[in-house]
Design a protein around this ligand. Structure first.
Ligand code: PMP
Length: 304
């Protein structure tokens, strides 16, 4: 990842990719106190466009606010930096990673005297779990790791340190031969995947867990809006793992994972054990929106 051509936006300047480094005593590297985003740009007929740039930028600032991190740049600059990172790396489609982190001025728990830095990287990244996963669905295992308790960390912040929990869960599922983990909250109710929100379909209705301990996903919001457009009822409520076992369909949503069907949970096939018709319809609508094929969603796209 580090050894490649290209540029990274770093504290207001474009820096050659290999030179976009930081000191080993960088505070965030030691303690995980940082915030980031995962954003995608897609090729459209009008040129490359970032999907829901404003919402991602707003969430980055919200995450920083929750952690009490002072952002060194304003929203307009951070939005422009994301466009520039795609443009200046000549990317037709891209995954974009803005991150704010503390500097190396001091060690110890206090972040009071630290500077905040901001980077934006962008690179080509295809289907997160592969094209086959989008078409045929994935096999998921309920994790032995619980999702964070709301008073252990800040679940509404997309914070670096939160992802140790995601990595542990994903690693465990992958070692056992599954594609992804499903994390339950501390009360045993379904929360989310390691980097995705979850939906199930039951009797023609879409059901998704409330956001107590899950990240407020932008793809989740997109799916809720798209479902509304086709008259699909969306219910937000606590769900149990056995409701997922007996669902007609299930899928994960996320910027990286897009709309990934779940064909199996804990070795029980879900519905017919393949991508279901409602999942497929919403997935098609999602890809039409992100690639500029549906004119009514043009307001979600920002040309780079
Ligand atoms: N939950 C977690 C833990 C995530 O990391 C992500 C990815 N950002 C999501 C849900 C989905 O969020 P979004 O749709 O905004 O990418």
């Amino acid at each position: 990842m580090a050894d490649r051509d290209g540029v990274i936006w770093y504290d207001g300047k474009m820096v050659p990719w290999r030179e976009a480094t930081t000191h080993v005593l960088t505070h965030t590297l030691h303690y995980g106190m940082g915030v980031f985003e995962g954003v995608r740009a897609y090729k459209t007929d009008k040129g490359t466009a970032i999907f829901r740039l404003q919402e991602h930028t707003d969430r980055l600032f919200r995450s920083a606010h929750i952690l009490g991190m002072k952002m060194p740049f304003d929203r307009a600059t951070v939005a422009a930096a994301q466009k520039a990172a795609v443009r200046e790396n000549n990317l037709e489609s891209a995954y974009i990673r803005p991150m704010a982190f503390y500097g190396a001025e001091a060690m110890g728990i206090s972040a009071k005297t630290l500077s905040t830095h901001l980077i934006v990287g962008a690179w080509k990244w295809g289907a997160y779990m592969g094209e086959d996963a989008l078409k045929h669905g994935i096999r998921v295992k309920t994790s032995s790791f619980s999702r964070h308790h709301v008073n252990v960390t800040m679940c509404k912040a997309k914070a670096n340190g939160n992802y140790m929990n995601s990595i542990l869960a994903h690693q465990e599922a992958a070692i056992d031969g599954y594609d992804e983990a499903l994390l339950l909250d501390v009360d045993g109710f379904v929360a989310e995947g390691s980097g995705e929100n979850i939906f199930i379909v039951r009797n023609g209705k879409l059901i998704t867990p409330d956001l107590t301990s899950a990240l407020e996903g932008i793809t989740r919001d997109t799916i809720v809006q798209l479902a509304g457009e086709i008259g699909l009822q969306v219910v937000e409520k606590r769900i149990t793992r056995d409701e997922v076992y007996s669902a007609d369909e299930a899928f994960f949503t996320g910027t990286a994972a897009e709309v990934t069907p779940i064909r199996e949970l804990d070795n029980r096939s879900i519905g017919e054990g393949k991508r279901g018709p409602i999942t497929e319809q919403l997935q098609t609508m999602y890809f039409d929106a992100v690639t500029g094929k549906s004119a009514k969603h043009a307001h979600w796209l920002s040309l780079v």
